[in-house]
Design a protein around this ligand. Structure first.
Ligand code: SAM
Length: 242
């Protein structure tokens, strides 16, 4: 199969430009009005994933200030903005134009509220990650693979790996029995839209896709709240020693 081609990708794009945009902007935001308990819980879990990704990068031998970072599927900029605040040169891209303009708006706010800081305005692009080109010290892709089935996810990982020189950070919802159960119960992914369909990925599957791309997992994290579950992998090229 082509990388996230055809129906899945078009449905995901449409979703994140409409109802999905409204839903996720609310979840990733800070207002509490009109946000239900499940959404607040997912907000908390996602914030932990972002924090874990940031600390993995801070703990790596990389100098974040000045490093080139590609945030693929940046959403509202939850990770791109703090990286920019540390002086990284960030390309923040997303398949959804609505998401990109929200990220842009939040980045402008962040810059305005931290005058004189190291903040380096990211470059924003509306693009699917399959069409990204170039090389970056770091490529990050958080909570995006959930929208794609196995083969598409593998192809996406292969492409992301080809863009990265030093670090590749990927988070995904792990396929576990308990998670399958929650998903069946239906609380996690309400709504009839096809695009809200969630694909879970086995840890071994993601690791294998990375290995085939010439990368190995150097660090892993597991984030779970009541309704949010994510595995976070920090991968390095197999040949690398750092
Ligand atoms: N990475 C962000 C974060 O963790 O805050 C956003 C996560 S959100 C659940 C998934 C995002 O992936 C959405 O903004 C969606 O538009 C984007 N997306 C989905 N498929 C994509 C693709 N093929 N290429 C680029 N972005 C994509």
């Amino acid at each position: 199969a082509e990388a996230a081609g055809g129906g899945d990708k078009e449905a995901v794009r449409a979703y994140f430009n409409s109802t999905g945009f409204e839903r996720w902007r609310k979840i990733y935001g800070s207002a509490t009005e009109g946000v239900n308990r499940v959404q607040l819980d997912i907000r908390e879990g996602h914030a932990q994933t972002v924090a874990a990704a940031l600390s993995m990068l801070r703990d790596s031998p990389l100098e974040l200030a000045g490093a080139t970072v590609c945030d693929a599927g940046c959403g509202t900029g939850s990770l791109a903005i703090p990286l920019a605040a540390e002086g990284a040169a960030v390309l923040a891209s997303d398949i959804s134009a609505a998401m990109v303009s929200e990220a842009q708006r939040q980045a402008a706010l962040a810059q305005a509220t931290a005058p004189g800081s190291t903040f380096r305005m990211p470059r924003f692009e509306v693009r699917d990650l399959e069409s990204l080109e170039g090389r970056y010290d770091v490529v990050v892709c958080l909570d995006v693979l959930i929208h794609y089935p196995r083969e598409e996810a593998r192809a996406m990982i292969r492409h992301l790996a080809s863009l990265a020189d030093k670090r590749l950070l990927i988070s995904f919802a792990p396929r576990t029995l308990y998670f399958d159960f929650l998903k069946r119960v239906g609380e996690l992914f309400p709504g009839p839209s096809k695009a809200t369909r969630a694909y879970l990925h086995a840890e071994a599957e993601i690791e294998d896709a990375l290995r085939q791309a010439g990368w190995r997992v150097a660090n892993r994290g597991f984030i779970s709240t009541q309704f949010y579950f994510a595995k976070l992998f920090e991968a390095v090229p197999v040949a690398s020693s750092s």
